[in-house]
Design a protein around this ligand. Structure first.
Ligand SMILES: CC(C)(COP(=O)(O)OP(=O)(O)OC[C@H]1O[C@@H](n2cnc3c(N)ncnc32)[C@H](O)[C@@H]1OP(=O)(O)O)[C@@H](O)C(=O)NCCC(=O)NCCS
Length: 178
């Protein structure tokens, strides 16, 4: 499967991608933005990949440039086929690859796939309120703020819930080739 976007493509993660993904998993700056765990060594990475491939509730994909250079990963998790909804997670690994529209293109491409091929009705995500760039990126892609969560005794880490509905989503002309 390869989903074709305007600036980036989405394809399955390959064995050769794992060292780069591990490097990002260990990166403190990235950890600051991400909620949840990413693999930090090769053993964890193999297990993570195997689990994702076997899990009907997950679609995990690499974000690559048109020259197939790995720049990030994106996933649909907790897919509920009954409720027709799922959560989206994304990271672009290196600062020099951010702010160039790659994240928004990857999200729009995956949303088109989620709504038109997987027939989901709602995609939601969680983002820290201090992560203004991510919020701007999600807003560009049609996500709207839905609510706020605050962990007990954690004033700094307010989490914003955002969602986009199939009916609200006006997909770009990205054409996912499945
Ligand atoms: C969040 C992330 C996926 C977005 O991808 P990206 O390729 O950088 O995003 P885009 O370039 O498509 O869009 C970023 C937008 O935010 C804007 N932006 C950048 N810094 C900003 C800031 N401090 N405040 C507000 N907007 C900001 C950019 O100008 C751009 O908007 P524009 O197109 O209107 O100019 C990526 O930056 C990333 O992986 N960051 C680190 C990990 C992370 O935060 N993951 C998400 C966890 S919820």
């Amino acid at each position: 499967m390869r989903l074709i976007g305007k600036k980036v493509d989405l394809r399955p993660i390959q064995e050769e991608d794992l060292p780069e993904l591990i490097r990002w998993g260990r990166n403190r700056e990235l950890q600051h933005f991400m909620d949840g765990e990413y693999p930090k060594d090769l053993g964890e990475a193999h297990q993570w990949l195997r689990q994702a491939e076997a899990d009907r509730q997950t679609k995990l994909l690499a974000i690559v440039t048109k020259e197939d250079r790995l720049i990030g990963d994106i996933e649909l998790v907790h897919i509920s086929w009954r409720r027709r909804e799922c959560e989206l997670r994304i990271r672009i690994g290196e600062e020099e690859d951010r702010n160039r529209g790659h994240g928004a293109d990857a999200i729009r491409t995956l949303l088109l796939y989620a709504f038109s091929s997987l027939h989901l009705e709602r995609v939601y995500l969680r983002v820290y309120s201090f992560n203004k760039r991510a919020i701007r990126c999600y807003t560009k892609c049609g996500f709207r703020k839905e609510g706020r969560l605050r962990r007990q005794n954690d004033r700094e880490h307010e989490i914003i819930l955002m969602e986009v509905l199939r009916s609200q989503c006006l997909p770009s002309s990205a054409n996912p080739a499945v």
